[in-house]
Design a protein around this ligand. Structure first.
Ligand code: PLP
Length: 388
């Protein structure tokens, strides 16, 4: 079985599990406990926070561990908007993850906010001029994802954040999909808030982190014992935080393995395999087209539309041929609707329903990708012939 659904989730890496194990067994303490067992857990949590801070180029005190990307996005959007007295207007895009879109919708429905959706091009890119035009004196927060989970397009976040700052507007980015591939230094990106999820980078499901710059106020969403500096109550998921930090360290090591000795960087090597895969799929399945931006895209994502087919049917045919992938965003699994991302990119509903997303992690080989391309052609031909 070739697993090409890494954008949905990835397996826990061995090093991550090994680092977590002590905090699930012998060192099982509650970091708030005033005894040796608790202090050991508190130390592990502090070390995990420091490692994540190194990864994101921020201070440890600027981080809040959460239950995942969804909670990090919720805390960023609702937490910053509700604590910011500036106004009641949000700027975002229609291609954000549901965690952002539904949080914004909540603010609109229950807190009197209004929202401006910046348009995106067919390639999934936000144009800086369109973004600037959406900013208003009463804009409370702007949120644009670093990389899209369905089509893989990477946004010019530093440029957009700088525009927001010209008006004193805080800028959040959902970096959940970018995390395993792109540098996430918050100073370079120029963002005020950034969300990450553990299970996309080899840590377990159910842990994530939100960075919020310095003294930007955040209204907590979960109330209780005041953990995480009052921003997120609840006994800390120590093992999860250790796992996330270990996965972050592995990502840093992988991305830093540059071509100083003539080897390609992990990301550029992956981009080459991706481009070869894209070319092979387009060759095997005439009529198919790539979605998203041709070059400003994640090294591990390639999504296509296959006119005259049905994405779900292609998916099933591919699974029968030994490859698992996704027909849209797995995070919205169960939904029969066409992808909201492709609709926002201007794809008609019937074409959007023919989409199939392939996504992979650092361990997927070029040979595996090469083996999948003919199966894609075969699956598409089978589905087209059956008229599904
Ligand atoms: N944001 C993006 C871009 C995602 O792709 C996902 C999950 O796929 C999330 C947020 C939600 O993260 P989690 O599954 O950790 O809640």
């Amino acid at each position: 079985m070739i697993y090409l659904d890494a954008a949905a989730t990835s397996p826990v890496r061995r090093e991550v599990l090994e680092a977590m194990w002590p905090y699930l067994t012998g060192d099982f303490g509650n970091p708030s406990s005033h005894h040796a067992v608790g202090e050991s857990a508190a130390r592990a949590l502090a070390e995990a926070r420091t490692t994540v801070a190194t990864w994101l180029g921020c201070r440890a005190s600027e981080l809040t561990f959460t239950s995942g990307g969804t909670e990090a996005d919720n805390l960023a959007i609702k937490g910053i908007a509700l604590a910011n007295p500036r106004g009641r207007h949000i700027v975002t895009t229609r291609i954000e993850h549901e965690a952002v879109l539904e949080s914004v919708d909540y603010l609109v429905r229950l807190h009197g906010f209004s929202v401006s959706f910046v348009p995106v091009g067919r390639d999934g890119l936000v144009a800086a001029a369109d973004f600037a035009a959406a900013l208003r004196p009463d804009t409370t927060l702007a949120s644009v994802m670093l990389a899209n989970n369905e089509v893989g397009t990477i946004q010019p976040i530093a440029q957009l954040a700088a525009l927001a700052h010209e008006h004193g507007i805080p800028f959040h980015t959902d970096a959940v999909q970018a995390a395993g591939w792109l540098p996430l230094d918050v100073r370079t990106l120029g963002v005020d808030a950034l969300s990450v999820s553990g299970h996309k980078i080899g840590a377990p499901k159910g842990v994530g982190v939100l960075y919020v710059r310095g003294r930007i106020p955040v209204e907590p969403l979960i109330h209780g014992g005041g953990q995480e500096r009052g921003r997120r109550s609840g006994t800390e998921n120590v093992a999860g935080a250790v796992g996330l930090a270990t996965a972050a360290r592995l990502v840093m090591e992988r991305l830093a393995a540059d071509d100083g000795d003539g080897r390609a960087t992990a990301a550029s090597a992956a981009s080459k395999s991706r481009d070869a895969f894209i070319a092979a799929v387009l060759d095997e399945a005439p009529g198919a087209s790539l979605t998203g931006h041709p070059t400003a895209r994640l090294p591990g994502t390639a999504s296509f539309v296959f006119p005259g087919t049905n994405g779900e049917a292609v998916l099933l045919e591919l699974e029968r041929r030994g490859t698992v992938c996704s027909s849209g965003s797995a995070c919205a699994a169960g939904s029969e609707d066409a992808s909201h991302v492709l609709l926002a990119l201007g794809y008609p509903d019937d074409l959007a329903r023919t989409a199939v997303r392939f996504s992979w992690g650092p361990d997927t080989t070029a040979a595996e990708l090469a083996a999948v391309a003919p199966a894609v052609g075969d699956a598409v031909r089978t589905v087209s012939a059956l008229g599904r």
